[in-house]
Ligand binder design. Structure first.
Ligand code: FMN
Ligand code: SF4
Length: 375
């Protein structure tokens, strides 16, 4: 297939065979310790065999939960050195199909659960969460130093485990986003207020990580360009923050938006039917791309091949990433490569999004569609 979407491109030192990325998606398929299982390996192999260029894992936590409840899906975790070796077979299998794999790292910040932690969540400021009423504890400078070090040590473990890259989760109301957003960051010290100060937590993570992993290891960041909250992070400020982060040594930025606690409906928008509803963060990617020279990844509502081809062809983004379409069709890119360019079959009903915390990831609409066809 002669399309720019099937031309290789690089993120830092990492060559990726095409422009398709599987965006981080909670799989709910790990062991209670946050390590891979045969079910998770199988999913990543299907994505790799389905010709995804780069797979980003679900967000792996940087510290384990002491009181994580039974019956919920365990998150990945790479908080200790004994979790490094567990990944070798998974990564080898992905590489055997020509794909690359990055691990996403996350800390949930103010959205974290007090009952899982055994104490209140931590955040830049004690701004209550609307949805739950949870009031996070404002981080001290010492707390910030500890979390920066934890992120950097986890990045180092990701490299040692053999992942091709690491992605910091700085979107969707998680801790890194909490520092960038004026709604959740009301600090008056060197971590709050100005663009430089709101970028500082992230730039410190990147600089410390670079000391540990060296200049060549690919570091990526997923971040919000709109929190969709009054008083939250908006595109103009986000672009300025991104520029500071590029200076600190990030290799690639994935453009996203929305928060789980206050504006969930904007992360994975429901009911995408028309082409004009697709690729819903593309104006933000365009604004960012004009200001930075590292690769930009666009996530959110990418469904139609031609639309994505235009986005990459026009230089609005260098890569397109998808989450829900790959839940329904892990083999989607292979289908397109073979010439069947019908749009992704995902109907954006969000049943997978609403149920991931309780069950291993799957598409709940496939059975319904089949039922309708049979009925
Ligand atoms: C079931 C599910 C789990 C998700 N888990 C994560 C995650 O772990 N990390 C992350 O950055 N985004 C996560 N997302 C958001 C997606 O990566 C993506 O940003 C969003 O769904 C929009 O892309 P899409 O229209 O291709 O689905 C998740 C989305 C879904 C549907
Ligand atoms: S349940 Fe299936 S069709 Fe619905 S959003 Fe998820 S992947 Fe798409």
């Amino acid at each position: 297939m002669n399309s720019i979407l099937f031309k290789p491109a690089i993120i830092g030192t990492l060559k990726i065979k095409n422009r398709f990325i599987r965006s981080a998606t909670m799989e709910g398929m790990s062991t209670p310790e946050g390590m891979p299982t045969p079910m998770l390996d199988n999913l990543y192999c299907k994505l790799a065999q389905g010709q995804v260029g780069l797979i980003v894992t679900s967000g792996a936590v940087i510290e384990a939960y002491p009181y994580f409840p039974q019956g919920l899906s365990f998150p990945l975790a790479i908080d200790t050195d004994d979790k490094i070796d567990a990944w070798q077979d998974t990564i080898d299998a992905v590489h055997a199909s020509g794909a690359k794999i990055a691990m996403q790292l996350t800390s949930l910040g103010r959205q974290d659960m007090p009952e899982w932690r055994g104490e209140p969540p931590i955040a830049p400021s004690a701004v209550p969460v609307n949805e739950t009423g949870v009031v996070p504890r404002q981080m001290t400078i010492k707390d910030i130093e500890i979390v920066v070090e934890k992120f950097a040590q986890c990045c180092c473990r990701v490299k040692k485990a053999g992942f091709d890259a690491v992605q910091l989760h700085g979107a969707h109301g998680n801790l890194i986003n909490n520092f960038m957003s004026p709604y959740t960051n009301q600090r008056t010290d060197e971590y709050g207020g100005s663009i430089e100060n709101r970028a500082r937590f992230t730039t410190q993570i990147i600089k410390r990580t670079r000391e540990l992993v060296g200049p060549d290891y690919p570091l990526m960041l997923k971040m919000n360009f709109d929190d969709f909250i009054e008083g939250g992070l908006k595109c103009d400020d986000a672009v300025k923050i991104a520029k500071a982060i590029v200076q600190a040594g990030i290799d690639c930025i994935e453009v996203s938006g929305g928060t789980y606690s206050e504006s969930k409906e904007h992360i994975s928008v429901k009911g995408i039917k028309k082409q004009r509803d697709e690729s819903y963060f593309k104006d933000y990617a365009k604004a960012l791309k004009q200001e930075i020279s590292i690769p930009v990844v666009l996530v959110g509502g990418n469904r139609t091949f031609d639309v994505m081809e235009q986005i990459v062809g026009q230089g609005i983004a260098d890569f397109v990433s998808m989450s829900r379409p790959f839940i329904r069709e892990p083999e989607l890119i292979q289908r397109w490569q073979e010439g069947n360019l019908e749009k992704a079959q995902c109907i954006s009903c969000n049943q997978c999004f609403d149920k991931w915390i309780f069950n291993p990831l799957r598409c709940y609409a496939i059975a319904c569609d089949n039922d309708a066809a049979i009925g």
